[in-house]
Ligand binder design. Structure first.
Ligand SMILES: C[S@@+](CC[C@H](N)C(=O)[O-])C[C@H]1O[C@@H](n2cnc3c(N)ncnc32)[C@H](O)[C@@H]1O
Length: 534
């Protein structure tokens, strides 16, 4: 599979399902870099609908450019965003019906499984070694990898050569979002949009066919589902994610359809994007990248050191706590994955995705790990600009490399309060005299990170009182959305759902997330109360 041969490949037309075929008139057709695949019969919108869509996207641009000042404003903005996106998706439906599969969850697993044989031979022909593994359905995980024989701990079980790794380097002239590290996953999502639109003409089709049709990422949440995150540490992150992706979509759309001003060597990508771009497709591509990407070393000059990549077959492995056992071999030019533990024939083969909090997993990966040993809940703390002693507090925090406005960690047992959070609150609660004392010898500041640092009793009491009040407040906000008893009741109802009824995966995940975050906060509250009394 050469780097550039995809561009010259003869396209097979995609099936037309609804709407009018792309006509030979229209500004895009003067584009001389048209890829044969782009001549596929994608529907075009009638001018009236296109104008409505242009107007909605302009409103979307205006909306996402506003920076919300507080959580309530952020929520209101999200509600407006959802309304606009719903209208946009309705208008774009003729297009999204063709470029995105529309299936329900269980049918998705089955239809993906039906494509696995073709995918496995494509992977094998491309040089993937996965002899002791096969792809199967695992309830609660969608697809995953199953051992077909006993796999030994540390045995090399899977390798994927560079040629089969999908990255922005598979299409070297197409970096729509630039050459920076922050842009690499966006470039990848954009390339995936292109390959998806190319349909049967894409060399990646067997891989794309086994990808999920939809995801449990926050981009797929309804407003009602998102409501369940209100008051949790994940809410702001989730809303921001929706805003950022809508903004990217709105800008891509605006450039393509409203301004029509992209020229230069990315004409081809622009052309394809313009033809098939719709929000459903963009959120699918972004979610595919978010939930499956890995970093591999770049092989092009001028690129960031590491670039985001999709690694077919390897990305069928689900996560279980353990250690990272997948590495890219620069000499062998392949991704190599060993077994983190022995795995008997017939069992699911898991890999470890790395240390991530459940907040991060929920927002970026669309699942939570109920056995997460590396979980934490971030809480926001900051120095007050009206505090006359802020400069002194800041100098101690600088010495400790803690930011003046920071998100710091509340941890599960046995630690409960991270040393950075404890030190911040200790500094925040110092009197003028205590600040003088600590600032006079900043070399000692590191002591503040230790739980048993010798402090005056009143200072220590104020510190733990602050933590106690803050945690109580967070738990009270939690209860405002859903009380603990109701949360547990709903959770057990969903877990005991009758067989045959569709599992409400997102609802279940949200309740599990709430329970996990609540238990970290409640454990830390108890710990703070005990410390205050000492
Ligand atoms: C890299 S893919 C793994 C393959 C995926 N299950 C599939 O069907 O294509 C990552 C996704 O798998 C699911 N997943 C992985 N580990 C999981 C776990 N421990 N519990 C639940 N879902 C998990 C999540 O949906 C996640 O976004």
């Amino acid at each position: 599979m050469g780097k550039n041969n995809k561009r010259n490949k003869k396209a097979k037309p995609q099936q037309q399902q609804s709407g009018a075929p792309a006509s030979s008139s229209g500004s895009q057709d003067k584009d001389s870099t048209e890829d044969p695949a782009a001549a596929s019969l994608l529907p075009t919108l009638i001018p009236k609908k296109r104008n409505q869509l242009n107007k909605l996207v302009s409103e979307l641009v205006d909306l996402v450019e506003q920076q919300p000042a507080n959580p309530n404003e952020e929520w209101r903005q999200y509600e407006q965003l959802q309304q606009l996106l719903t209208q946009i998706m309705t208008l774009e439906e003729p297009l999204s019906k063709v470029v995105c599969q529309q299936v329900n969850d269980s049918a998705d697993d089955q239809s993906r499984l039906a494509k696995v044989e073709a995918f496995s031979s494509w992977a094998k022909n491309g040089g993937v070694h996965s002899e002791g593994l096969e792809i199967a359905i695992f309830p609660g995980y969608q697809l995953g990898l199953r051992a077909t024989r006993q796999l030994e701990k540390e045995e090399l079980v899977l390798s994927v050569p560079r040629a089969l790794i999908f990255s922005e380097e598979s299409k070297s002239n197409c970096r729509l979002f630039g050459n920076m590290q922050q842009a690499t996953h966006l470039n990848l999502a954009h390339d995936l949009v292109i390959e998806k639109i190319r349909g049967e003409a894409s060399d990646w089709r067997p891989y794309i066919d086994v990808l999920p049709a939809k995801y449990n990422t926050v981009l797929y949440f309804s407003t009602k589902q998102m409501q369940r995150l209100r008051g949790t540490a994940a809410c702001s992150m989730a809303l921001r994610q929706c805003r950022v992706i809508a903004k990217q979509y709105a800008f891509l759309y605006r450039d393509a359809h409203i301004l029509g001003n992209r020229t230069g060597n990315d004409n081809r990508c622009f052309f394809l994007t313009k033809r098939g771009l719709c929000y459903q497709l963009y959120r699918w591509a972004v979610s595919t990248v978010m939930t499956r990407q890995n970093l591999v070393p770049s092989e092009s000059e001028g690129s960031p050191k590491f670039i985001s990549a999709l690694i077919p077959y390897w990305d069928m492995a689900n996560h279980r706590p353990g250690k990272i056992t997948s590495f890219y071999g620069s000499f062998s030019r392949q991704l190599e994955c060993t077994a983190q533990e022995a795995c008997a024939a017939g069992e699911q083969f898991f890999i470890y995705y790395g240390d991530r909090s459940n907040t991060d997993l929920l927002v970026h990966n669309g699942f939570v790990d109920v056995n997460n040993l590396k979980d934490y809940v971030n809480i926001r703390v900051g120095l007050s600009p009206t505090d006359a002693l802020a400069a002194k507090r800041a100098s101690i925090l600088d010495k400790l490399s803690i930011r003046h406005n920071a998100e710091l960690r509340v941890l599960p047992a046995p630690d409960f309060i991270s040393k950075e959070l404890l030190a911040f609150v200790r500094v925040f609660k110092m009197s003028a005299e205590q600040l003088e004392h600590w600032c006079s010898d900043l070399e000692r500041a590191g002591d503040l990170l230790h739980i048993d640092c010798a402090l005056e009793t009143d200072h220590e009491t104020r510190t733990w009182q602050f933590l106690e009040d803050r945690l109580k407040l967070l738990l009270a906000v939690f209860d405002k959305e859903l009380r603990e008893a109701d949360e547990l009741k709903e959770l057990s109802e969903l877990e005991l759902k009758e067989e045959g009824k569709p599992v409400q995966e997102i609802e279940l995940m949200l309740l599990q997330y709430r329970r996990l975050e609540r238990s970290i906060l409640a454990g830390a509250l108890q710990y703070a109360q005990e410390h205050r009394k000492v």
